[in-house]
Every structure is written in structure tokens, then in C-alpha cells.
Design a protein around this ligand. Structure first.
Ligand code: CP
Length: 305
């Protein structure tokens, strides 16, 4: 696989293979400690990040490789007007693989044309975030041991939330999955996800406003942040930002084995009191993200262990 732009660039068999590798890394970390020696990962982050950038860097370091890159466009020559195509063409002379985040949808596709080395989309605007989905899939797998016959609730900013777009595209490929989209009218799931992914395959979904009504039927509840950085109008952000706040009382009607997820960062949408609930798995997603990124780097660099 040359590049990872979208989670559907990976087949279901490849997802299974990445999960198996991640599980083996968790069980036998020493086996992998030196397998990317002399390999370099460049992290080109034109937009802020804590988890994605640092977990990619931790992943490469734990594989025995090295990392270089930048964490904001202002500290790169993008600030002087250099194009994405030229930036990655240059970085491809220094690194063996590139993970890139950019505020513009589709920028990683442009990068992949000139990089000369594999490019991973580490989040492009409000579009896709395939490696967050890899973290999410390992988390669901470790809790439920299946991807089939699950009812998945996605709550909050479904319009701009790139993590939910990628997760729906990944989970829609498994038998018996149903989706409940919980959002205010202004932040509904984009039409293209419904018309291009769900409706042609006859995958059941419903769009609702009330988290409380949806709660009893859910196997997975995926909370998301209302993304201030994607709004044109601050008044709209302020009006919508606290539409959904998950608190312990709202979980009283939930299943005992509900998997509560969030890609993080959170702002107000999950009360810290929920962190003590054994069903809360959002910090597991953080750990799982590093292992799946390790597995992905090995696959894309064709490193055999
Ligand atoms: N989940 C996620 O993408 O977090 P960061 O923005 O901190 O990378």
C-alpha cells in the first residue's frame, strides 16, 4: 500500500491484519524494538495536534526509527508561501514515510502525488481521519471481540467531525451494523456519507436529536467535540457547543457493556465524572492509537518482523 488517504484504502482483511500486528506488539514489544532502525518518519502538521502527532512519533521511536518534522505551518516555509506539493517533495528527500495533517480537505492527496514516499493522512479538515479510526477499531475489537451486529451512536458535531466520517465508512462494511446519528440540525452527518456509503448498501441509520432516547439501544456511544475551528460564525459555535454533555445520570439507561468513546480532545461534552465509569474507553483509544500506528508504519514500509 503506497498511501493511506481514507480508511477504506484498507480492506477488511488488512484491518484484521493490522489489529493482529497491534495485538502482537502489545504482547511482545521487545520483538519490534529495532525493526525500523535507520528509517525516518516525518510528521508535517499544518494544524494543531497532541495525540496524532505524538503517537506517530512515539510509534516510530518504539520501532527503533527516528522522527523529524514540524508541528505548525508557521514554523515551516509554508509561512513564506511554499505549496504543499513542494513541501512534501522536499521532505520526501529526507524521510522514508510522511504523516501529514492539514486544515484543507484533500491536501494529503495533493501531497501524495509529489512526495515520492508513502503519505498518511493524519486528518484533513472536516473530511477524514483514517488513523484515528484504526485506534477506534482496535478499541471496539478489544472490548467487543467483533465488529458485527453493533448499534453505534455518534453524537455531537457530525458535520465537521472527520473522525466520525472515517468511522462510519469503516464500520459500514461489517454485517448487521446500525447507526444512530445524534446531532443538532445544523451539525447533521453530511449527505454524501448517507447517499454514497449507507443507502446503496442498505445499512440502517436514524438521525435523532435526543441522546437520552437513543441511549438504551446503543452498543457503542462515540461522543465528539463541537469544532470551534471549523465555524465561520462564533455565535453559532457558542449556541451549539454544549448541546450534548454526557454525565453519569444520562448513562443510567445505557447497556452494562456500552463502549463509551471519544477521539479527544474533549471540551465539555463528557463530564470528568464519567471517566470513573468502567464503560469509558476514550483513554484506551489513545493507547491503542500508538499500537495501530506502529502496525501501519510496519505495513507501509513493508518491514517484516
Ligand atoms: N484525536 C485526535 O486527532 O487528536 P489530536 O487532534 O490531538 O491529534
Amino acid at each position: 500500500m503506497q498511501n493511506l488517504m481514507n480508511v477504506t484504502d484498507l480492506s477488511k482483511a488488512e484491518i484484521t491484519e493490522l489489529i493482529a500486528t497491534a495485538e502482537d506488539i502489545i504482547a511482545n514489544p521487545d520483538k519490534y524494538a529495532d525493526c525500523c532502525r535507520r528509517k525516518k518518519l516525518a510528521t508535517l502538521f499544518f494544524e494543531p495536534s497532541t495525540r496524532t502527532r505524538l503517537s506517530f512519533e512515539a510509534a516510530m521511536l518504539e520501532l527503533g526509527g527516528s522522527v523529524l518534522g514540524f508541528s505548525e505551518a508557521a514554523s515551516s516555509s509554508a509561512a513564506k508561501g511554499e505549496s504543499v506539493a513542494d513541501t512534501v517533495r522536499v521532505v520526501g528527500c529526507y524521510a522514508d514515510i510522511i504523516a501529514m495533517r492539514h486544515p484543507k480537505e484533500g491536501a494529503p492527496v495533493v501531497a501524495a502525488r509529489t512526495a515520492g514516499v508513502p503519505v498518511i493522512n493524519a486528518g484533513d479538515g472536516g473530511h477524514n481521519h483514517p488513523t484515528q479510526t484504526l485506534a477506534d477499531l482496535l478499541t471496539i475489537w478489544r472490548e467487543r471481540h467483533t465488529f458485527e451486529n453493533l448499534t453505534i451512536g455518534l453524537c455531537g458535531d457530525l458535520k465537521f467531525g472527520r473522525t466520525v466520517h472515517s468511522l462510519v465508512q469503516a464500520m459500514a462494511r461489517y454485517h448487521g451494523v446500525k447507526f444512530v446519528f445524534i446531532s443538532p440540525e445544523e451539525l447533521r452527518m453530511p449527505r454524501y456519507i448517507l447517499t454514497d456509503t449507507l443507502e446503496p448498501a442498505g445499512i440502517p441509520y436514524e438521525e435523532v436529536r435526543s441522546m437520552e432516547e437513543a441511549m438504551p439501544k446503543l452498543d457503542v456511544l462515540y461522543m465528539t467535540r463541537v469544532q470551534k475551528e471549523r465555524f465561520f460564525n462564533e455565535a453559532d459555535y457558542i449556541r451549539l457547543k454544549d448541546t450534548y454533555i454526557l454525565t453519569p445520570d444520562k448513562l443510567e439507561t445505557a447497556k452494562s457493556d456500552l463502549v463509551i468513546m471519544h477521539p479527544l480532545p474533549r471540551v465539555n461534552e463528557i463530564s470528568v465524572a464519567v471517566d470513573q465509569d468502567p464503560r469509558a474507553h476514550y483513554f484506551d483509544q489513545v493507547k491503542n492509537g500508538k499500537y495501530m500506528r506502529m502496525a501501519l508504519i510496519l505495513k507501509m514500509l513493508e518491514v517484516r518482523v
